[in-house]
Design a protein around this ligand. Sequence first.
Ligand code: SF4
Length: 228
Amino acid sequence: MENEPRGAILQRDKQTYAIVPRTPAGIVSPEHLENIVAVVRRYSIPVIKMTSGQRMALVGIRKDDVEKIWSELKMTVGQATAPCVHYVQACPGTVVCKYGNQDSLSLGLELEELYLDMNLPAKLKMGISGCPRCCGESYLRDVGVWGSAKGWTVTFGGNSGGRPRIGDVMAKNLATDDARDLVRRLLVYYRDNGKPRERTARFVERVGVDAIRKDILASAPYIPAGEP
Ligand code: SF4
């Protein structure tokens, strides 16, 4: 919106703003934490809210302070309203979790970096989990990926909102390169065929999971016909 400060969302009081610094896959550095604490103190920001997307919302910021805070934070803007990838949440996976089958953290970081600037019909969230316990909430995200000992399962069309939907399995037991490639195909297909503001859950319901699978998997040599 014109005249709105960069990367800021007007709050209920119609006077103050919230900002959400980007924290890919929920990872923050000591420097980022120190900068956050410093701006919260300096600008008397009343609320730091942990979001469901593994991000920190700084809430109750005066309009004139927004740009100064961004420059002092030295962090990039996390998208909160634009039609694009808002975040990729990821569990720790094999990096630290004893149950991990796959490296969900690395894949999550990579996917966020790859698709950060991709324009889409609506906002999109991804959830990457290192094992079937799905701590990364994969089945409830637009694009979900979770690992087993045999490889990655990729799901599409999940949503945890007011009309919740469990994502459909698009393929199972994929190598990392193939899972990454399938995520790309799904995003491109959704970008090219989704209606404006249509989330993937509604998109899958409208187009049909079988049609999507057929269109996408027909050109994916790594997935045998009829799978999953
Ligand atoms: S999904 Fe599995 S690997 Fe990831 S945190 Fe949960 S238990 Fe650990």
